[in-house]
Design a protein. Structure first.
Lengths: 443, 567
């Protein structure tokens, strides 16, 4: 990414400002292999995202009975049958606690995402989406986008303890953040850099110049926090820098309509609606390269999903509902688990609805979908369900079910990071430390 | 509210009396315990992010209450039980920076707008299309001092003046230049973060002290939840905060000011965990009376009660748990099933005897917040009583609990929460903690998940008997008295208030200091404003232990002190 030098800028290097540059919209963006933009010669960008649903699964309704390619779709995965070839189902991988107290719904989720189980929310390492974002997501307008669809403003994306990236909870607010002020239509016919934006960027750059001086003035813990501040400030500077360059044209991009105001709570119907709207907006944002990294939280890990008029939430049900005597599992809990997979199908629908190259946007994504536990009733972190969707532009293989045989779940995180180009040979701590990738996934 | 407070005669009669009061306080009002402050211990310096309410109050105090702050603030971090401590641990995410930028631009644009510029900017250029360096420097120095809570260094003056000039020239407008320089000041870490600096030379019993500017910030955000005003900055620049009399004058002035109420509100909103209201949802088919207006009024009801009792009436803190005096609006009256005569707005009133309400723990903000979306929760309420009012930690539930014995609430075999919890408590791994949480919470079972009074659940009579560390009671009045009488009740508020003031957990060596604060609190008749005064005047409040990790001094600090305040 070309970085504007404030001083050269301000010396009046851009005197030609205000003169619009006409941008031809090319018919043919792809090379003969259908893989690259002919206009720029750049490859289609690869994207990474995570998709979390809370409170695990009903094993007998979710885990395929056989491994390999031709497994029979279990009841709760039936909604995603159409994506069989683009999905890898990973069962039986464990978070190993090594004696760390299991904070229900948190330790498993953060253990999977950081490689280090913690008894609270004070992560000891960045979550893998941040590590991958530092690799692939530094040239986009947003380093990452976080969305939560059940009214809960949190995320499980951490650069360090104390700084979870907050989630957008409202489709309308998400729309305004992406497609409101500062958004450039990639297919606009003319481009006129805005002097005001140039000034803003140079002012932020001047503020950023304080970094070295301030870092010397504070202690180690605060230095890390200041570092986060300056990293975030750089992202904003970069957003402005991007606005000063003509955007790369994107074939087939259509500006989405603003979504309606919706009810932002945990009632399942509202959640499904908000999730669908936000997934659609995210797909459009990915299409025109506003971000290459995202984190979606369908329901919080201690899921507060509920049905209208019910006194008990999904999470509470997992602990209080007796097993159905005929079915052998918790019937109402199963309903929420199934709804979660229907939402997952909606997500895949939204991403694959965008044509890209000779396939769809999904082909150029690697989405790591997971929960926080396997059996929520006992908060088990053994066998946390994982799915990988999309091949990350051909970087991973999909189309199979793999049983992890109680291997550390960090094998999945390590594999995904390597596939996304992170230079990491081993990952995780204590029993979770591993240098073994999941070879079935690697192309 | 605060005008009532100003009727308090000692305060009203101004500066002369302030001096007298100061003498009284230091001379003979040490109370029956005769507690003297132990040698200062101090802790690390803390780099604290402004909270949303502090950011908004700061902008309003510097530029005026009608200046828009057009941003969505990130959820604040709660650490060690307080958002105030989280401010010293939270990072700044890219989302937050985007939002700070939006806020800064909306503020700066309003400040230089045609209708505001003449009143808010201290000078005007000859020709607004041309940059006027002298005028811009005045504006930047003036607002730089207020925004950074200390004078700008020369390098900073140059930086922001340069930014103003370049922007002016590129945009052909003096005011655009000033606007962008203001955006820069508003985005700077020195504005968004309260970076505390120490004064190496001022030691007290082997401890360093904050420099005068950092003292002013600590005092101001603690006693007004906002930025130091010009008078406080003047006193800091003149070295007055380093003398006992000078400090006392400023503390009295801030406590007497109308802004003091905001500090008390900020503390209790933090202590009562009102940030959780952001996530609060109630099922509309079960609680049709709940809506966002009720939620907002419920918080305000309790805060008004607290402000009235603690500041206006100068009441005993413990009586917050027994008082029947309260404030209601019509939407609240529906939930409480009490008549409210006033059509719009607030009405001071009293819960009638026999209305089963007494104390802030029987208000619906507390009852609704610590419940599920579709039902009450004795466990959550019991936990909240322990955690919020008594500072007693209850561990997380064990992960591998078998809850299978607990049945669906519609199951008539276990119609009430007490039945379900009793079954639950047969599990030994659960019993330990539930014995601590449930007995207090079960007494509040007479309130449903929104806080409306009820006598039956699923057709069965609710047994509201309970206990709290000894005392047994049959109803909420008994719980109110038990909370009032509990020895941890005053101790807890003292600890929380001190941690709120310094933005960190107490350190081990501060035990004697905490005992001192508690003794003074008891002597004062459990008066919270007096406790805040004691903290603000104590040596420990500004003491920094240079060995405690964070704290680092700067050459910068003494450099700016010499320059003084130039506004």
């Amino acid at each position: 990414m070309k970085k504007f030098n404030r001083r050269t800028l301000l010396r009046g290097a851009l005197q030609g400002i205000g003169v619009g540059v006409a941008l031809p919209l090319l018919d043919c963006f792809l090379d003969t292999n259908g893989k690259a933009f002919a206009a720029t010669g750049a490859r289609l960008p690869v994207r990474f995202g995570t998709w979390i649903w809370g409170c695990g699964f009903i094993p007998e309704l979710w885990v395929p009975t056989t491994t390999g390619r031709d497994y029979a779709m279990p009841e709760h995965l039936k909604p995603v049958e159409a994506y069989r070839d683009q999905l890898a189902i990973l069962s039986g991988f464990d978070v190993k606690l090594d004696g760390v107290p299991n904070k229900p719904h948190v330790t498993g989720c953060l253990g999977l995402r950081t490689g280090v189980p913690v008894p609270n929310e004070n992560v000891k390492a960045p979550t893998l989406d941040v590590l991958i974002g530092d690799q692939i997501g530094t040239a986009t307008r947003f380093r990452s986008l976080e969305l939560s669809t059940s009214g809960v403003q949190r995320s499980y994306s951490y650069r360090a303890a104390g700084s979870a990236n907050p989630s957008e909870v409202s489709p309308l607010a998400l729309y305004q953040r992406i497609f409101g002020e500062g958004f450039q239509d990639p297919n606009a016919m003319t481009f006129t850099p805005d002097t005001e934006v140039m000034v803003r960027q140079s002012v932020l750059s001047a503020v950023g110049d304080e970094r070295r001086k301030l870092m010397k003035q504070v202690g180690a813990a605060d230095r890390q926090r200041l570092n986060e501040y300056f990293t975030s400030l750089r992202q904003l500077e970069q957003q402005l820098a991007l606005q000063l360059e003509p955007p790369a044209p994107v074939r087939g991009f259509v500006m989405p309509d603003a979504p309606p105001e919706t009810s932002l709570d945990s009632e399942m119907g509202n959640v499904m609606e908000n999730h669908k709207l936000m997934a659609g907006l995210l797909a459009r944002a990915l299409q025109c390269n506003q971000t290459q990294v995202f984190n979606v939280l369908l329901s919080d890990t201690a899921s507060n999903l509920r049905r209208p008029g019910a006194t008990t939430t999904h999470h509470t049900l997992t602990h209080e509902e007796p097993d159905d005597k005929v079915l052998g599992y918790q019937k109402d809990v199963a309903w929420f688990a199934q709804q979660s997979m229907l939402a997952w199908r909606d997500f895949l629908d939204a991403v694959s609805a965008i044509p890209e190259g000779d396939g769809t946007l999904l082909d150029n994504c690697l989405v790591l979908a997971h929960s926080d536990c396997s059996i929520a009733k006992s908060h088990a972190v053994e066998g946390i369900p994982i799915m990988i969707a999309g091949s990350g532009g051909g970087r991973v293989k999909t189309g199979f079910h793999l049983a992890g045989a109680a291997d550390p779940i960090t094998r999945v995180g390590l594999t995904v990071q390597q596939a996304m180009g992170v230079q990491v040979e081993k990952w995780g701590a204590l029993s979770m430390e591993t240098n073994r990738t999941v070879t079935d996934l690697l192309s | 509210m605060f005008t009532d407070y100003l009727r308090f005669p000692l305060i009203k009669s101004g500066a002369v009396c302030v001096g007298l009061l100061a003498t009284l306080l230091s001379g003979c009002d040490r109370g029956q315990s005769g507690a003297l402050e132990p040698d200062p211990v101090g802790g690390p310096t803390v780099m604290r992010r402004l909270t949303e309410s502090q950011y908004r109050a700061t902008i309003a105090d510097i530029f005026g209450a009608d200046i828009p702050v057009a941003a969505r603030f990130e959820r604040e971090l709660r650490a060690e039980g307080l958002l105030a401590i989280g401010t010293g641990e939270a990072g700044v995410s890219p989302f937050s920076i985007e939002q700070y930028d939006a806020a800064a631009r909306s503020v700066a644009a309003a400040v230089v707008s045609e209708e505001k510029r003449n009143s808010l900017l201290s000078c005007q250029p000859q020709d607004e299309a041309v940059f006027d360096g002298q005028c811009a420097a005045r504006i930047i120095d003036d607002y730089g001092l207020l925004l950074f809570r200390r004078p700008l260094t020369e390098a900073e003056q140059e930086k922001y003046l340069g930014a103003a000039q370049q922007a002016s020239e590129q945009l052909h407008s003096f005011y655009a230049g000033v606007k962008h320089a203001l955006v820069g000041l508003l985005m700077a870490p020195d504005f968004l973060l309260r970076i505390e600096r120490t004064n190496k030379s001022a030691t007290d019993a082997g401890r360093q002290q904050l420099d005068a500017w950092s003292k002013a910030s600590r005092l101001s955000y603690f006693l007004t939840n906002s930025t130091p005003d010009r008078e406080l900055l003047r006193a800091a620049g003149a070295g007055e905060l380093d003398t006992a009399t000078g400090l006392q004058q400023q503390v009295e002035r801030l406590i007497a000011s109308p802004r003091f109420e905001a500090a008390v509100r900020a503390f209790f909103a933090d202590m009562l965990q009102y940030d959780l209201f952001d996530d609060l949802a109630k099922d509309p088919s079960i609680y049709p009376a709940f809506n966002s207006q009720v939620a907002a009024d419920a918080r305000e009801q309790t805060l008004r009660t607290i402000v009235d009792h603690l500041i206006t009436q100068q009441g005993d803190y413990r009586e917050l748990f027994t008082t029947r005096k309260t404030f209601l609006t019509r939407p609240l009256g529906i939930v409480y099933r009490l008549p409210v005569v006033t059509r719009n707005g607030w009405e001071e009133t009293e819960y009638p005897l026999g209305s089963h309400r007494a104390g802030i723990q029987s208000n619906i903000d507390f009852l609704a917040l610590h419940s599920h979306p579709g039902r009450s929760s004795p466990t959550l309420r019991g936990l909240a009583i322990r955690d919020i009012f008594l500072c007693q930690e209850v561990p997380d539930p064990p992960a591998n609990v078998n809850f299978a014995v607990v049945q669906d609430p519609s199951n008539q075999a276990m119609p009430t929460a007490r039945d379900r919890l009793t079954a639950h408590r047969t599990e030994p791994s659960c019993a330990g903690c539930h014995k601590i949480m449930d007995p207090a919470g079960l007494t509040l079972e007479n309130y449903d998940g929104l806080g409306s009074y009820r006598t039956h659940e699923n057709g069965a009579l609710i047994d509201s008997s309970g206990s709290l560390d000894g005392p047994q009671f049959d109803d909420v009045d008994g719980l109110a008295q038990a909370l009032h009488d509990h020895p941890e009740t005053p101790r807890c508020v003292v600890e929380k208030l001190y941690r709120f003031a310094v933005g960190r957990d107490t350190v081990w060596d501060e035990r004697a200091y905490m005992d001192y604060l508690i003794a003074r609190f008891v002597d004062s008749g459990y008066r919270v404003p007096e406790l805040m005064r004691t903290i603000a005047l104590s040596k420990n409040f500004f003491a920094i232990d240079p060995d405690s990790g964070h704290g680092v001094t700067t050459e910068h600090a003494s450099a700016v002190t010499e320059k003084g305040v130039r506004s």
